[in-house]
Design a protein around this ligand. Sequence first.
Ligand code: XLS
Ligand code: CA
Ligand code: CA
Length: 439
Amino acid sequence: MKEYFENIPVIKYEGSKSKNPFAFKFYDKNRVILGKTMEEHLPFAMAWWHNLCAQGTDMFGRDTANKSFGETVGTMAHAKAKVDAGFEFMKKLGIKYFCFHDVDIVPEAEDIKETNKRLDEITDYILEKMQGTDIKCLWGTANMFSNPRYMNGAGSTNSAEVYCFAAAQVKKALELTVKLGGKGYVFWGGREGYETLLNTDVKFEEENIARLMKMAVDYGRSIGFTGDFYIEPKPKEPMKHQYDFDAATAIGFLRKYGLDKDFKMNIEANHATLAGHTFQHELRVSAINGMLGSIDANQGDYLLGWDTDEFPFNVYESTLCMYEVLKAGGLTGGFNFDAKNRRPSNTLEDMVHAYILGMDTFALGLIKAAEIIEDGTIDEFIKEKYSSFSNTDIGKKILSGNATLAELAAYAENMGVKNSTDSGRAEYLEAVVNNILFG
Ligand code: XLS
Ligand code: CA
Ligand code: CA
């Protein structure tokens, strides 16, 4: 078997003193934190599209990286070489999951029947490669945004014929996800949105997206898909306004159309930033609604403001992310590195550096988040902050749901003047976190 990452050894944990660029400094998969190993806390996944397909093209320039893996790009031989390279990569990094779009794994043909044949062939091959390894599929999805036919949307298209194409792709991608044992199925609404309301019937489009999702749930369950469907919120890019703007919007949509029992959120850090939220906010909103499913682990660049999909290196953010994940009792999905090397980082070694960076950043985040929880200052503060609802009779009455406005108004009138005097202590709490991170 040909080796693609020839000079790259199996990546091992060597500790933070190590200067070896091909070693983990913090990701020690067997280290136990709060009763589980790091590997159990952090089911990392490789994103097929960025890692094996993207060659550094951006809006202003063409490829800088070569991902041909010795074959002609756009052929089935190349598709198979990507499988080989991908499995070698995952084994060397100790990554146990992958995520894919249909057209990441085969070149799309003119005729959908031919594309589907290619998909059958490549997934047979992927299944073969999975055998004897503990590598699994985290989630699958259909790319319903690249092909020009989707320029007016997929589920939200104006064309019934294009809608059927979208349905065909979802059907096939679901079958492939089941075939590969995927834990989840993602809907990211790339083209589900609008540029101007002057040409858009929002109500109609949203209802049609819901219909497509409902059909997907019915079909998925009928072929034995027991995992979670995910919506991956993103506010904009490519569309000016996308319907799945953020977690709160997507959750409201799912509830409105009765899809909330089958769906959870796949939260991407960079999409939270684009929505004007923190990553932590999106995770919290999902978690308190019982909808925190999976994470696309990356980060944006605050100075650029577009979807840069960088590998995460911000330990403050990964710490607050892991804090939310630990508090929520973990993910049903995993941590997919929906991230790409920056354009000039164009060698095979750079791909490995990027994953080491990302895995170490989340390992550090996990270590530090567990320390915040064990320290207890934040939890204690929050408990105390709201304690007037648990340790006063009037507070208890309000929480019981049996209080009336008139009763509370009478209480207020008897009380005299009351200004809020309870400090929010934001700076103190931020200092506590800094001390745990760097003290
Ligand atoms: C694009 C999205 C996409 C989804 C899968 O911004 O992140 O890659 O994760 O379609
Ligand atoms: Ca993104
Ligand atoms: Ca993503």
